[in-house]
Design a protein around this ligand. Structure first.
Ligand SMILES: NC(=O)c1ccc[n+]([C@@H]2O[C@H](COP(=O)([O-])OP(=O)(O)OC[C@H]3O[C@@H](n4cnc5c(N)ncnc54)[C@H](OP(=O)(O)O)[C@@H]3O)[C@@H](O)[C@H]2O)c1
Length: 280
């Protein structure tokens, strides 16, 4: 029996004619009644896809909001947590503290790697913050949140890359992978999308990270270092925010990072990739 043709995939929301785009104010989050879960914010082409259910998180009642994160707390929390399991699986693992918002921490990490390793084959700049996943317009952006997002995704990543450049140059070949996000495409598309700009701080930070990637790719063109950005897709890393059943596992997304980290000598540089393919 011949299988029926698969249904044509719906166009991403920003590619649709304006009359087919969902007016932003129809979503309860736009009216301040709740906010979209983290990864729905992180995928501008996801909102108009047919969904089995819509997940919203209510804002906590006044007085029950979580305390703000302490930006100076010891890092890396999750890397440390994963450490014993990785050792058990036979990997040689060392974790070191690194706060990308703190120049002294970046320099200390670079000094330690220089002392202990001598060279660096791969730098994966994975850190990111999404301080404003409930914000739906650049006009409502809290510039302190923009600054915080830029501090980690752009400035900290830039400074760390500079600090580690001697180690990367000392390697026979080296790769830099900047973990980006589809969110940046909202801005890359010129904002003429007929929908609000979601997570403006996070989106702008990732957009500038993509620009940094292109600039570094050009600056390192005559070296054996390739630098690329990767959009890892929607990852089930935040069950507390209601990860979607369709989200990729972290292990699955990591394969795209590994692809960029193991590119051959003739591989691309300075680009943004998803599933190993360039994002226009
Ligand atoms: N989850 C998704 O659906 C999705 C979609 C597109 C792109 N991405 C991108 O993929 C990357 C990983 O996503 P995720 O879901 O795992 O994000 P996440 O849960 O928010 O984790 C962010 C990571 O960044 C680190 N970090 C934050 N601030 C830092 C700082 N000041 N200095 C050093 N490290 C810092 C965190 O370290 P600690 O653990 O120590 O706090 C954590 O390891 C991020 O860049 C994100 O933007 C994710």
């Amino acid at each position: 029996m011949a299988a029926a043709d698969p249904p044509t995939a719906p166009k991403p929301w920003h590619a649709r004619p304006a009359r087919h785009r969902r007016p932003p104010t129809t979503h309860p989050s736009a009216a301040g009644q709740g906010h979209l879960r983290h990864d729905a914010q992180d995928r501008p082409d996801h909102r108009d896809q047919p969904r089995g259910r819509t997940r919203l998180r209510r804002r906590p009642p006044p007085g029950r909001a979580r305390p703000p994160r302490d930006p100076h707390r010891a890092r890396p929390r999750r890397a440390r947590a994963a450490d014993p399991q990785l050792r058990q699986e036979g990997h040689a693992v060392t974790t070191l503290p690194l706060d990308l918002a703190d120049r002294a921490s970046i320099d200390a990490a670079a000094d330690r790697l220089t002392r202990e390793c001598g060279h660096l084959d791969v730098l994966v700049n994975n850190a990111g913050t999404m301080p404003d996943f409930g914000t739906l317009s650049a006009l409502d952006a809290d510039t302190d949140q923009v600054r915080a997002a830029m501090e980690v995704s752009l400035l900290g990543t830039w400074a760390l890359t500079q600090a580690l450049l001697p180690l990367l140059t000392a390697a026979p070949v080296a790769r830099i992978v900047n973990v980006s996000s589809l969110c940046a495409q909202q801005i890359a598309a010129g904002l003429d999308l007929g929908a609000p700009l979601r997570s403006p701080a996070h989106s702008m930070a990732k957009y500038t990270l993509n620009a940094l990637t292109a600039v570094l790719g050009r600056a390192l063109a005559d070296t054996r270092i390739l630098v690329n950005a990767v959009d890892p897709g929607n990852i089930a890393t935040h069950p507390e925010r209601g990860d979607d059943d369709n989200d990729r596992s972290a292990a699955e997304s990591a394969l795209d990072i590994v692809w960029a980290a193991t590119l051959g000598p003739d591989g691309p540089t300075g680009g943004l990739f998803r599933h190993g393919r360039p994002v226009a």
